[in-house]
Each structure stands twice: as structure tokens, then as C-alpha cells.
Ligand binder design. Structure first.
Ligand SMILES: [Zn+2]
Length: 178
């Protein structure tokens, strides 16, 4: 009685496992022969173009070229991370704390209050069965995964910028200790 909705959630997850998906980002849109969706294929082509340029001996190794390469690699990495996240949701259990994290992400973006659902993990663990948690996490992943594809370029640039700053700081502190 307690878990009477459970079989439907389980069926839903099983159905989602069977859906054909992009090899990188995991979204269930149309894929090409390489198994990639349109978005990931653009990311792949962009990376291939820039890697070709960097391997060209005649091409001057400018700061801009290095920057482009790092951003392109970062974008590919980000696509793959979102796909791995989905596979984690579909293959294993979703911890109540992970579900709380998704709720916090929603409230932060919509209500601008990241603490609205802070501390609800225990309640989520009691009220949602493991399969229901998986189903909810899947829906959240769909929403945020789509958003991630919209702002992938700017997030990749931001990450590379942070990395460069850190590297500069390391070089600076290393030169101080020498
Ligand atoms: Zn994709």
C-alpha cells in the first residue's frame, strides 16, 4: 500500500533507459552517425578545427589560439559530464541529498533563494521511494541539462578564465619562493 505508486516510477525509469541518446550529453534528441546530437556535434567540430590549427606547425601559437583550444576542450568535457550525470541517475539510486540539491538549484534560479529547500533531504527520503527520487532527478536533469547546453560557451569561458588566474597565481607564488 505504502509504495503503490512505485511500479509506475520504476517503469518510467526503465523506459528512459531504453531511449536512444546522445553519446556525450545524454539528451534524447536526434543523433548523427557518430552518435552525437546537433549541439554536441557542433562542439566536436569546433574542437577538431581548433586542434587542427594548434597542431599546424606554420600556425603561430598565439594566446588567442590557446584560449580557444582550452574553451573548446572545456565545452566537450561539460557535454560529457552532463551525460555521465544522467547515466548515474538512470543506473543507480538517487540519494535524498542529491534530490535536495536539485530543489535548491530550482529555488535559487526561480525564487533567488538557494536555502528555501535546504535541509529537506530527510523528508524527501521519507516521502519519495527510490524510484520516485530517480524520476524527479531525471526531470530536473532534463531542465538543467537543456539550460546547460544554452550557456555552455559562457560557462566554459568563465572556467578557463578561472583556471588561467589560478595558474598565474601559482606561477607568481612559485617565483616568490624561489
Ligand atoms: Zn549531445
Amino acid at each position: 500500500m505504502q509504495y503503490e505508486q512505485e511500479p509506475y516510477a520504476k517503469e518510467f525509469i526503465e523506459g528512459m533507459r531504453k531511449v536512444a541518446r546522445c553519446d556525450w550529453c545524454g539528451r534524447d534528441t536526434r543523433t548523427n552517425r557518430k552518435g552525437l546530437c546537433r549541439h554536441c556535434n557542433e562542439v566536436r567540430k569546433d574542437l577538431e578545427r581548433v586542434e587542427k590549427l594548434t597542431s599546424d606547425v606554420a600556425e603561430p601559437k598565439t594566446f588567442m589560439l590557446d584560449w580557444r583550444q582550452r574553451v573548446a576542450r572545456q565545452k566537450k568535457e561539460d557535454c560529457i559530464v552532463w551525460g555521465q550525470m544522467l547515466r548515474g541517475i538512470l543506473s543507480g539510486g538517487v540519494e535524498p541529498l542529491a534530490l535536495e540539491h536539485w530543489f535548491c538549484m530550482v529555488s535559487k534560479r526561480i525564487a533567488r533563494d538557494s536555502r528555501m529547500h535546504y535541509g529537506t533531504a530527510t523528508m524527501l527520503g521519507w516521502t519519495c521511494t527510490p524510484a520516485q527520487r530517480q524520476m524527479l532527478a531525471y526531470f530536473f536533469w532534463e531542465i538543467f541539462g537543456a539550460q546547460a547546453s544554452h550557456n555552455r560557451q559562457s560557462r566554459a569561458q568563465w572556467r578557463v578564465q578561472c583556471e588561467s588566474l589560478e595558474e598565474r597565481r601559482d606561477v607568481h607564488s612559485a617565483s616568490k619562493t624561489v
